[in-house]
Every structure is written in C-alpha cells, then in structure tokens.
Design a protein around this ligand. Structure first.
Ligand code: ZN
Length: 257
C-alpha cells in the first residue's frame, strides 16, 4: 500500500491482486557515476567549443540508464544538472548513496591536438608518470573555483593512503580499472599504458572502489567529434557496463548487503 493512502474497505474491494513478484533475492550494487565539472566550472573546452561538463553529464546519463536497464544495478549521479559540486562533496554523495563503486567521468584537453584516446585512473600518492600527475593537478583544480584549500585536499590524499583499510579498496580500484581497460579497449582507442594512477581528490573514498575515466581528448578533433555523438556515448557506456559486470562477477561477495 502506498504510504500516502490509507487502505479503506472500498479500496480493498477494488484492489486487483498483484502478481507475485520475485523477492529481491540478489543484492543490486549501487553504482555512483560522477559527471566531472559543472556549473561555473566548464572543465576542458573542445576545439569546436563543446564543454567537458556537458559531455560528462550526457555520458553519465546514458551510463545510468544502461545500468538500470540491466536490472542488476542501482545507479545514481553526483550531479543531475549543470551545477557546481566540490570534489569532496562528490565523494560524500557517493557515500550517502551507499555506493559500491564510483566512476568519475572526464575528457581531458592538451596543448597537442594529435594526442587521442581513452585512459583509466586509480588513486595513488605516487603518480604513475608526469602526465598523470599533471592531469590530477588539473582535475583537482576544479575545486579552486569553489575556494577550497588545495593543500588540505592533498593532505587528505596522503593521509588516507596510509590507512590500511584503504589498501583493499585501492586493490579493488586497480582491478576495476584493469577490467575497464580490457573492455573499453575493444570498443574505443586507448592511450598507451591506459591504466595510470595519481592523487585525484575525487577518488579518495576509503571504502568505495573508485576510478576516473578520461573518455578522450577534447583537444583532438577526432575525439572531440566522437564524444558528442550519441552512438559513441552509447558505445562507451556499454563497455563501462561490461567492465562493471566483470568486477562484480569476479567478486560476488564484495557487494554489501
Ligand atoms: Zn575533467
């Protein structure tokens, strides 16, 4: 009986017996998708003037719909519209929603227009390479618009990495990142060494495996064009769903109940 109605005799008489629904035998993991940037922070801007914040939200919505459509997952976004959300609030929202997995979506931009391809990032206090380190610095700067002390954010990254409880989460994040690379590499062009790591503030939930995807380069004309095409967005989302399937198939006991 819906909470807003009191069962009366009339209603009881009129009520058609509901078909027996299968009981929720299986726990549905909650996937929290984080569309990068938003509001006053446009993120990168493509060669054709498209904003990263728009692309990340579009792909996030496609991904959410695909996840829900499988019937195996619940899914939520850290922002529903074009709003500014601080990095720590994105993490907090994921925790509030009881996320089992956190996927942050981005699309980078570089000075060189010839570089293209997708890459997957997991958290580390030691960046895998200089490019990853600079990328993390760029992405962490999103909060500068919200007047956040970046030194404090970096401290949190360092502190949280010492925590042993974080270690298992980190291992799970790395495993998930590798699965994503495998699945996404079948569908889209990847950067060389596509799984990289650095100190991303948005990946610091100590108990939620988290990755950040750079879906391509908005500074590359080919990537920029693809990222705005719905067929490509659908293809990207589908390969992310396969990566998520792989993650939960390999570790069914991981999800909370
Ligand atoms: Zn970004």
């Amino acid at each position: 009986v819906p909470a807003d109605r009191t069962p009366g005799l009339e209603q009881a008489a009129l009520r058609v017996p509901e078909p027996v629904k299968p009981r929720a035998a299986r726990y549905k993991p909650m996937i929290v998708i984080d569309p990068g940037h938003g509001g006053t922070d446009p993120g990168a801007i493509s060669v054709s003037g498209m904003y990263e914040k728009v692309i990340t939200l579009q792909v996030a919505r496609v991904l959410r719909d695909q996840l829900v459509a499988t019937g195996r997952y619940r899914a939520a976004l850290t922002r529903e519209g074009d709003t500014f959300v601080r990095l720590r609030d994105r993490v907090a929202r994921a925790r509030e929603k009881g996320a089992d997995l956190f996927v942050s979506l981005h699309a980078d931009s570089l000075g060189q227009s010839n570089i293209s391809g997708m890459s997957v990032y997991s958290l580390s206090d030691k960046a895998s390479d200089r490019e990853a380190e600079m990328l993390a610095a760029r992405e962490n700067r999103a909060d500068a618009l919200g007047a956040i002390d970046l030194a404090v954010e970096s401290d949190q990254v360092a502190t949280i990495l010492i925590d042993l409880a974080q270690r298992d989460t980190l291992n799970q994040s790395r495993r998930f990142a590798n699965l994503l690379v495998d699945e996404m590499g079948k569908q889209v062009r990847l950067l060389p060494r596509p799984h990289r790591s650095a100190g991303f503030a948005v990946l610091t939930a100590p108990d939620i495996p988290s990755v950040l995807l750079e879906l391509g380069y908005l500074s590359n004309p080919r990537d920029a064009k693809l990222l705005t095409q719905s067929e490509h967005q659908i293809r990207l989302a589908r390969s992310i769903v396969r990566g998520i399937d792989g993650f939960f198939t390999a570790s069914p006991g991981l999800s909370r109940s």
